[in-house]
Design a protein around this ligand. Structure first.
Ligand SMILES: C[S@@+](CC[C@H](N)C(=O)[O-])C[C@H]1O[C@@H](n2cnc3c(N)ncnc32)[C@H](O)[C@@H]1O
Length: 209
């Protein structure tokens, strides 16, 4: 099994739907047919949930062709525009294209995310919104969480995820990069613990011209 296929099985485990759910809340409320880009979508689970649960127009982008190939296999995404992007090049979208950009478990992997943040700012409409989900790496799973995600055998990947993301998640939290970025942009910044404290949802709301 290649890593993209394996990651799709992670995304399709029941716990992952709960991990991603706060992102859909973080995006809204937006008018029906507003446009949202999921940047670094991997095999496309957030797009699938967004398509099913919102009336927004979703698009996806990722640097990894294998991730795109997995996303394209989802029948639910056949009508969704999925873009191959390149890490060292500008994003292939005109300025002010999207009402919101979601970015889940991506920025904390990048040694220097500043250039990507500048590009995200460019492709967002002037009063657009950036929603970032990151593993916190801090909290221990509580019995309440175990009760919520249940004992489905597919949930074994939760423990792997927690182990593999903890250190980078803590480093992301320590850096506070997104709140500094929001202050520079004169944008409103909000941060909250989600998924029983195992993840952080950050929202940067731009204020228009
Ligand atoms: C841990 S996965 C997260 C996938 C998905 N967002 C999710 O939450 O399940 C990180 C994804 O970010 C993508 N990625 C890495 N660098 C990127 C970049 N500079 N721009 C966009 N995507 C990137 C990877 O190819 C991978 O699919």
């Amino acid at each position: 099994m290649n890593s993209a296929r394996f990651f799709r099985s992670v995304q399709d485990a029941p716990w992952y739907r709960q991990f991603l759910a706060p992102v859909l809340d973080g995006v809204g409320p937006l008018p029906a047919q507003a446009t949202v880009l999921d940047l670094g979508m991997g095999p496309g689970k957030l797009l699938e949930l967004g398509q099913a649960q919102t009336s927004l127009r979703w698009a996806g982008a990722d640097t990894d062709p294998a991730m795109l190939a997995e996303a394209r296999q989802r029948a639910s995404l056949h009508g969704v525009a999925l873009h191959q992007i390149h890490p060292d090049q500008p994003l292939p979208f005109a300025a002010a294209t999207f009402d919101a950009v979601t970015c889940c478990s991506v920025l904390f992997l990048l040694p220097e995310p500043a250039a990507l943040l500048t590009e995200i700012t460019r492709i967002l409409r002037p009063s657009g919104r950036l929603v970032v989900l990151t593993p916190s790496g801090t909290a221990r799973p509580r019995s309440k969480l175990i009760g919520t995600i249940g004992w489905d055998p597919r949930n074994w990947t939760f423990w792997l995820w927690r182990h593999m993301t903890a250190e980078r998640g803590r480093a992301w939290t320590r850096r506070g990069l997104l709140s500094d970025f929001a202050a520079q942009q004169r944008a409103i910044y909000k941060r909250e613990g989600v998924f029983h404290g195992l993840a952080t949802l950050e929202v940067v709301q731009f204020m228009g011209p």
